[in-house]
Design a protein around this ligand. Sequence first.
Ligand code: F6P
Length: 363
Amino acid sequence: GKGIAVFTSGGDSPGMNAAVRAVVRMGIYLGCKVFFIKEGYQGMVDGGANIEEANWSSVSSIIHRGGTVIGSARCSDFRDRPGRLKAAKNLVDRGITNLVVIGGDGSLTGANLFRQEWKSLLDELLSTKQITPEQREKYKHLHIAGMVGSIDNDFCGTDMTIGTDSALHRIIEAIDAIVSTAYSHQRTFIMEVMGRHCGYLAIVAALTSEADYVFCPENPPPVDWPKKLCDKLEQERSAGQRLNIIIVAEGAIDRDGEPISAEKVKQVVVDNLQQDTRITVLGHVQRGGSPSAFDRVLGCRMGAEAVMALMEATPETEACVVSLDGNQAVRLPLMECVERTKAVAKAMADKQWEKAVQLRGRS
Ligand code: F6P
């Protein structure tokens, strides 16, 4: 059977274990030899015990666990050719020519570059006698299937990334808890949520918690936002509301590209309205804990589809990313999605907010 390896890379997210489990079990079911690569690309470079054959029961009792049981890392060694050469040798030694990568756009881009370079890496291994001519011939094609694991939902091409739904559950639970204490004391709370340069978590959290105001990176507020914010808060209070909730995405910015921090928002509220105001930064609580049912199913479906993609790959098949489209797991060309994701970042850097939102698409 084919040699498949699965690894998780970059920041962890709830649901990654479900995806790993599905890759292992689908792979074994279809007669493949499946390996874990532990600690992401670092494990691939270091080899040894980091690359371990998986069996059916090695993925028992992980579907409900948060994070990634096979570890993840941001790896600098893999950015240089000598690191990638070591990684290629470690894969060939174990007969692995199929990779399932679960990570963000950086991790997926790395995998695609590795694939493009694969033949020249094998040539170098052959010329330095680290592999045999038979190995060079037998393992000449490397196939890649990616899945996006991230709580940020910041990747173009998929409606949802693995982990976003669980993070939202955690955020909503935290806001609900804050609301009850805010009510008692007639306070205003500013909640900072994660998402790096993407406002998805902030927007959905605001919509589903009946927040009064939300700041997010893709739609910087008008320059007179302090007045607009205060008017809105006052209006709510005079209508009888005992509290206010303001959501600030960690990447929120104004129209000049300057950060709008929770601290800055607090200052505006306190200076203008003298409201009793507190800040809660949710931090990594949002990323940890057990995955939601949605993320477990998403991980399972994407993992199974990734293995199917590798099974059907021909030497010409481009690297793919498994995405959610509607309620369907589909395969899209990996590089196209990465390019679109980069174009969103560029549009935002160029202050072309509408273009950024358009490019991001449905997510
Ligand atoms: O990409 C996931 C994420 O949690 C972002 O929302 C956040 O900006 C970042 O990772 C935090 O990174 P780290 O865990 O390295 O502090």
